[in-house]
Design a protein around this ligand. Structure first.
Ligand code: FES
Length: 176
């Protein structure tokens, strides 16, 4: 069973580094401008803007929280509240392959923890950790909304359904 203790929200690495400047590259700025045209208010554009930021940087760092807040006239607390609420936003850097094992009820009773524990052991990572080569991050997540095909493992943006340990090993071979 995984360690469910969340990271300390007041840890020093949760605060922005004043020496780090983040700014969307030109192409992302254009997409951000387009996103704004699609929503009635700036606040309503928060989720897609965070998606864009994650696409650019791979995770939502404290600096990005502040940057996005400035873009949308929102407080860092509001932005961080959203980032920390949703599984889909990475609060830490992740590996090339982000292995997200759903361990909610339907997946748990169909042996999701077998897969999760196997991944942690096989890849020698702690729950939520990233392999030393930066290739894989293994995390457990809440319901992925595909309970009828449990257990489900999301790898980056793709769902892998009705998984088991053997199928997971086969998938890892492909992902290498
Ligand atoms: S419980 Fe795993 S997808 Fe819903």
């Amino acid at each position: 069973m995984a360690d469910l203790q969340p990271d300390n929200p007041y840890a020093p690495d949760r605060f922005p580094d004043p020496n780090k400047h983040v700014e969307f590259p030109e192409e992302a700025k254009k997409r951000f401008d387009w996103i704004l045209t699609r929503y009635p208010t700036k606040e309503a554009a928060l989720l897609p803007t965070l998606h864009l930021a994650q696409e650019v940087w791979g995770w939502i760092s404290p600096e990005v929280v502040h940057y996005v807040g400035n873009l949308l006239d929102l407080s860092p607390a509001t932005v961080f509240g959203v980032v920390s609420f949703y599984n889909m936003y990475n609060q830490k850097p992740v590996g090339k392959y982000h292995l997200q094992v759903c361990t909610n009820l339907s997946c748990m009773v169909t042996r999701a923890y077998d897969i999760y524990d196997h991944l942690c052991e096989k890849l020698s990572v702690h729950p939520g950790g990233t392999t030393k080569d930066g290739l894989y991050t293994v995390v457990e997540v809440e319901c992925l909304g595909s309970c009828g095909t449990a257990p489900v493992v999301q790898v980056n943006n793709d769902y892998h359904e009705s998984m088991d340990v053997v199928k997971m090993d086969a998938l890892l071979e492909i992902l290498k």
